[in-house]
Design a protein around this ligand. Structure first.
Ligand SMILES: [Zn+2]
Length: 364
């Protein structure tokens, strides 16, 4: 793999990207993911203990980082205690001998969503992609109490000339129930000197969030420039152009239509209720084309599939920019990819199943 850009989606009910000044009773958070926070997350995915991170920090800090603020989130405070019942010396106020729990106030960003692009050495990008695909330790959004609500990997790594181009290449998605999308998306980009531009632009700001060491924590500075992307540009998908783009919008299938139900039943009966891909019991039919969808389907427009193969095919179709004509599971060109996707689903499901049955220790 020689891709130079890794795409991360940082989204969850809570995020907390602390600043280096934020260590004491009032812990504020930054408006967007910090470089130290993102690198800490990558170290967790690789499975590095604090003492093991040191050799990794120079190459990780050397990656160029760009953040697109898809949803800035809402600030919220939480009241936090440490060591209740341990009667620590808390040294608050006048009485330096007072015993009790330590109190702190912690700030969070609620409901924010960030797209992060990391660019650099393809070897390192490949390693990080592999680590995030199967993280050794849980990844979290700044603080351990902030799990992500979506897979961290936004999409497969690819090669882009610069950070802004990378951030532009991922479509912005309107969320359910959102009626006024922003006109522009703010992007925060690492700035480094080049032959053409040896000095930082006037609008560059300095962020002290590049980790030099995690234990004890110390940071150095980077320049960050803000750029804006019109929503229309970010909303346009520029990845994986489909082989044949049909301008016709996808007609919806009507699963309640009596004629469709008739063709569906006939398809399943002709396939002996077996999945055309793996010969397990078929539970569904797949549209391989939507050209006649909505009740005019022909028998050859549908293929019987089991649940697993159906999920695999649907996942392959998702995001591939297909319009009317979809994956034919019997087409040999798709065979290897369907097998691989099934394998991924089975691996994921079996872990889920084991997690439900066994205690956490037994899973590891
Ligand atoms: Zn099957």
């Amino acid at each position: 793999m020689d891709a130079n850009t890794l795409y991360l989606r940082l989204e969850g009910p809570l995020q907390a990207w602390g600043s280096h000044e934020s260590k004491f009773a009032v812990r504020r958070v930054m408006d967007a993911p910090t470089k130290s926070g993102v690198i800490g997350m990558l170290c967790a995915a690789i499975g590095l203990s604090r003492s093991e991170t040191q050799p990794w920090l120079p190459p990780l800090s050397g990656l160029r980082m760009g953040v697109r603020v898809d949803r800035p989130g809402i600030r919220w405070w939480d009241y936090h205690t440490i060591g209740a019942g341990m009667q620590m010396r808390i040294a608050e106020g006048e009485d330096k001998t007072k015993l009790g729990p330590m109190l702190s106030r912690r700030e969070y960003l609620c409901d924010a969503s960030f797209l992060v692009a990391l660019q650099g050495d393809p070897g390192l990008i490949g390693k990080l992609h592999a680590a995030l695909s199967q993280p050794r330790w849980p990844v979290y959004l700044g603080r351990k109490c902030c799990p992500p609500s979506r897979p961290i990997i936004e999409r497969e790594p690819d090669t882009r000339p610069d950070l802004l181009e990378a951030l532009r290449s991922v479509p912005w998605q309107k969320r359910l129930g959102e009626d006024t999308p922003p006109e522009r998306l703010e992007c925060l980009l690492d700035w480094t000197p080049t032959a053409d531009q040896p000095e930082a632009p006037a609008d560059a700001v300095i962020c002290y969030d590049v980790p030099v060491c995690f234990s004890p924590p110390s940071h150095t500075a980077r320049f960050v420039v803000k750029r804006e992307l019109p929503i229309g540009q970010a909303a346009r998908a520029t990845v994986d152009p489909p082989p044949s783009v049909s301008p016709t919008p996808r007609p919806r299938a009507n699963y309640k239509d009596s004629k469709f139900r008739e063709v569906r039943a006939k398809r399943l009966a002709e396939d002996a209720h077996l999945c055309v891909f793996c010969k397990a019991a078929a539970t569904t039919v797949q549209h391989i084309t939507y050209r006649r969808a909505g009740g005019d389907e022909e028998l050859s427009d549908l293929k019987s599939l089991c649940r697993l193969c159906h999920d695999a095919v649907t996942m392959l179709e998702y995001g591939a920019g297909m319009t009317l004509d979809r994956i034919d599971p019997e087409d040999p060109a798709w065979r290897e990819r369907i097998i691989e996707k099934r394998r991924q689903i089975i691996a994921f499901r079996s872990l889920e199943t084991r997690r439900r049955r066994l205690s956490p220790e037994e899973v590891e």
